[in-house]
Design a binder for this molecule. Structure first.
Ligand code: GDP
Length: 138
């Protein structure tokens, strides 16, 4: 089933000039990039995006990091896009990520972990609307 997911190249990876490398990996994996923007999140926007984590001990640190510099947000489309993008990213903690995954190769820590991907169809719909409201994704 063709599906869409929200992907982010996080501020750590953008700062380290890994945007092009990560986009190349996305295209090699046969995703269609349906939409793409460079964003600089405010603290409030980062808190809104990660609202489900507001009770977690790392919430303040995570939202500070996510608003610390530019990020790239994208809508990726493919068969089974949500799972497929999470497989390409690898585990949240790079120490636990499989060889060949983006987080294994590029993450600096469990927090500064290079990329984000939606984890289910309902969160994908929410997250795509968060960054691309009202846009017809051609
Ligand atoms: P994801 O779906 O793999 O991104 O992981 P989660 O939804 O569990 O967490 C969201 C984001 O919060 C992760 O991508 C990390 O940037 C950060 N994060 C998750 N767990 C931790 C943690 O234990 N400590 C810190 N500092 N950050 C974390």
């Amino acid at each position: 089933m063709t599906e869409r997911t929200l992907a982010i190249i996080k501020p750590d990876a953008v700062a380290r000039r890994l945007t092009g490398t990560i986009i190349q990996r996305i295209e090699e994996a046969q995703f269609q990039i349906r939409a793409m923007r460079r964003v600089e999140l405010t603290r409030k926007q980062a808190e809104g995006f990660y609202a489900v984590h507001r009770e977690r001990p790392f919430f303040a640190s995570l939202t500070s990091f996510m608003s610390s510099g530019p990020a790239i947000v994208m809508v990726l489309e493919s068969a089974d896009a949500i799972k497929k993008w999470r497989m390409l990213m690898g585990a949240t903690d790079p120490a636990k990520a499989d060889a060949g995954t983006l987080r294994k190769e590029f993450a600096e820590s469990i927090e500064r972990n290079a990329t984000h991907g939606s984890d289910a169809p309902d969160t994908a719909a929410y997250e795509i609307g968060y960054f691309f409201p009202g846009i017809d994704l051609v």
